[in-house]
Ligand binder design. Structure first.
Ligand SMILES: Cc1cc2nc3c(=O)[nH]c(=O)nc-3n(C[C@H](O)[C@H](O)[C@H](O)COP(=O)(O)OP(=O)(O)OC[C@H]3O[C@@H](n4cnc5c(N)ncnc54)[C@H](O)[C@@H]3O)c2cc1C
Length: 422
């Protein structure tokens, strides 16, 4: 691997959605030199498409959430991606899980009541965890917890009400047929990205900022840090002088855990239409959400989160598949086992460059997102999904935070005069 000899105006640490957004914005400005330093041997970070069975599978982000407000929707169209607009049907998945329509209506009413209670509680002066709003012994408490582990990556008891309510969900969710990861690969084309260049130390004690990377030292006038909060919290990336206010902020914004297991499916599941959702159990918090024949593909995508997903990750793909096969056999009979086989799985907690899936705020820590996003000395800038005030935990939130950090970095640089450009 070639040693890096580079002195860009702006160094961007991380080539995920935020880093790609930042680098594109800096590139558009035309007046500054840029280098993106990425630890992995690929771009995209937590947006990554693979195709082990000939069709694309998104290991991380799949959905263009709040798609009607998501800046990546028109960008994807502009780049020739096919945007699939069929709504996911998450609300009505219980009817395919052995539960009556009346029971499903009761679940939907409970969810709506929780939503109202959360909005009201968020308006109170003191923050509290989502779990404090759940009635003890309620019929759907386990499923509410499972749903939180899918949406937040963590159980209700861990998640801040104020932060939860700040997320802006327009209710419109689209997919890209080619895969979300492929979009970010396209957006990164032509950008100056150095791969296998993990940054271990940012020395901002002098006039130029020195970055120690796996491929040598890089100096830059400005730095945009886009690594996950888990990397900052573990000090896998260190600052000199240290930044205790950033360490305090990331301690309040841990990454939850969500994983995916992809299963091949021959034929149909009895009585289940294509591209339908169901849940493995309505009475256990340790259960998976299943997307059956998504985009008419011969597959089931299984999604699971929280503490239990972390434990299952340690059992590996065989353990994940055994659990999913058991849930599907309970719902559709033992014969279903002959229709399914494992295709691929994720282990985001054990991924050294992510160490989790997406951020949530602990109770009392909703304002930590703004603390994390605040620049230091107008020379170090911070971006990434955890910095987004309203679209945290998403790819478009990360992308927008990258654009904002790039804009702030550009504004901080002295204007170049024409003679310098010539
Ligand atoms: C299972 C799963 C499902 C998801 N589903 C969705 C979804 O449907 N829709 C949605 O919008 N979002 C979804 N997300 C969330 C979304 O993927 C993330 O919020 C978003 O991609 C984060 O982007 P980022 O740029 O902030 O961070 P990252 O993508 O993590 O990018 C940071 C980059 O920094 C690199 N890095 C780390 N440390 C160093 C270092 N020391 N030096 C150099 N580089 C370093 C990493 O390798 C990485 O490439 C999902 C995530 C997961 C895990």
């Amino acid at each position: 691997m070639a040693v890096l000899r580079s002195e860009p105006d702006v160094a961007v640490i991380g080539a995920g959605a935020a880093g790609i957004g930042a680098a594109r914005r800096l590139g558009e400005a035309g007046s500054v030199s840029v280098l993106v330093l990425e630890a992995r041997d690929r771009v995209g970070g937590r947006v990554h498409t693979i195709a082990p069975a000939g069709f694309p599978l998104d290991r991380g982000a799949e959905w263009l959430h709040s798609a009607d407000r998501n800046p990546l929707s028109p960008i994807a169209q502009h780049h020739g991606f096919s945007v699939h607009r069929r709504p996911p049907g998450w609300t009505t998945r219980l009817r395919r899980s052995g539960v009556s329509l009346e029971a499903e209506a009761d679940w939907i009413a409970t969810r709506e009541a929780q939503g109202k209670a959360r909005r009201e509680a968020a308006a109170e002066p003191v923050d509290r965890p989502l779990a404090s709003l759940v009635a003890p012994g309620g019929r759907w408490n386990q499923l509410l917890d499972a749903t939180s582990s899918w949406g937040n990556g963590a159980e209700l008891e861990r998640v801040s009400v104020k932060d939860y309510v700040r997320y802006e969900d327009s209710g419109v969710n689209w997919r890209l047929r080619e895969g979300y990861g492929r979009l970010f690969e396209a957006l990164a084309e032509g950008l100056p990205v150095a791969l296998d260049a993990a940054v271990s130390r940012v020395d901002h004690s002098g006039r130029a900022i020195r970055l120690e990377t796996a491929r040598g030292t890089v100096t830059a006038a400005r730095v945009i840090v886009t690594v996950p909060t888990s990397i900052l919290a573990a000090e896998a990336l260190r600052f000199d002088p240290p930044l205790p206010e950033k360490l305090a902020a990331v301690a309040g914004l841990p990454l939850g855990v969500d994983n995916k297991l992809f299963i091949s499916l021959s034929g149909q599941l009895p009585g289940i239409e294509r591209d339908a959702y169901l849940v493995g159990s309505t009475t256990s918090r340790e259960t998976m959400s299943y997307q059956v024949r998504p985009l008419d593909r011969p597959a089931i995508y299984c999604f699971f989160g929280g503490r239990w997903a972390a434990a299952l990750e340690r059992e590996g793909e065989a353990g994940m598949f055994s659990f999913a096969a058991g849930e599907l056999a309970r719902l559709f009979g033992n014969d279903v086992r002959r229709q399914i086989a494992p295709l691929a799985s994720t282990a985001w907690l054990h991924d050294p460059w992510t160490r989790g899936s997406y951020s949530y705020a602990l109770s009392g820590h909703a304002d930590d997102r703004a603390l994390l996003a605040a620049p230091v000395d107008n020379r170090l800038f911070f971006a990434g999904e955890a910095c987004s005030p309203n679209f945290f935990s998403t790819a478009h939130g990360a992308y927008l935070s990258g654009l904002a950090a790039a804009q702030a970095a550009l504004a901080s640089l002295p204007l170049r005069n024409c003679s310098e450009r010539e």
